[in-house]
Write a protein of this length. Structure first.
Length: 247
């Protein structure tokens, strides 16, 4: 079990982001990760396979890091909090930050060989763990690399079509947040199962101009809305939120 959250808006210090998490998702996590974009536009991540309260570096980062875009991943089950640093999310490359919350049945035996066969060798070589989530990010990177004109939402849609063909009767829970540093694209999706919750809001009293996505509402605001099942949400600081149904 895991939780996802993302922030897009005026520049915000990390301590305010983790403060939101404490009031909403909480710190009852066995592993956690943070993703953000540096002032030069490059993505960065900080991940740990231990509870946030045990991380002595986190308070220093909370005081010093600032960004207009944050992605947070919390791992809430000890059995799934991996012991090596390549496993915790979010993941990033030179351009994108990615987080996934969910499970995929039959990943090792059925899906991962098909994904490796489909991906370009250089993309597969960049995968640092055997987790389904990092393979999903690899598949997205392949699709985005293969077509310079493809958008984030189009890449997610293409990936879900591939997974639907490959999985047959297996279950996949596919709540995903993906960013290119300018926009956030979130998916609330599942294959052969009901979708896990995912919410968004653009109206938070203490954070004017902010847009938030989370597995559960982070504030008491009445303006949190569920992303409809099998839909994509696109958040852009210069445009209203856009919802698109997955085919």
């Amino acid at each position: 079990m895991c939780e996802l959250a993302a922030y897009l808006g005026p520049r915000l210090i990390l301590g305010e982001v983790t403060g939101l998490m404490e009031s909403g998702l909480g710190r009852d996590a066995y592993g956690f990760g943070l993703g953000w974009y540096a002032p030069d536009g490059s993505p960065a991540v900080y991940t740990r396979s231990k509870p946030p309260a045990w991380d002595t570096n986190l308070p220093h980062l909370e005081r010093s890091l600032e960004s207009n875009l944050w992605l947070v991943h919390l791992q809430l089950e000890a059995a799934l909090a991996v012991s090596h640093q390549t496993g915790p999310q979010p993941y990033c490359d030179d351009e994108f930050i990615f987080g996934h919350c969910g499970v995929i049945e039959g990943f090792r035996d059925r899906l991962s060989p098909l994904m490796r066969q489909f991906m370009a060798p250089e993309v597969e070589a960049g995968i640092g763990s055997t987790t389904a989530s990092e393979y999903l990010f690899g598949l997205l990177r392949h699709l985005l690399q293969d077509d310079d004109e493809i958008s984030l939402d189009q890449a997610l849609g293409q990936m879900f079509e591939l997974l639907d063909d490959w999985l047959e009767n297996e279950v996949a829970l596919l709540n995903i947040i993906l960013s290119d540093g300018e926009t956030l694209c979130a998916a609330r999706h599942a294959i052969n199962a009901g979708c896990a919750p995912l919410y968004f809001t653009t109206d938070v009293d203490d954070y004017p101009g902010a847009q938030l996505i989370a597995s559960s509402p982070l504030t008491a605001s009445a303006f949190w809305q569920p992303i409809p099942e099998h839909h994509l949400l696109i958040l852009d600081p210069a445009a209203p939120p856009e919802l698109a149904a997955l085919g």
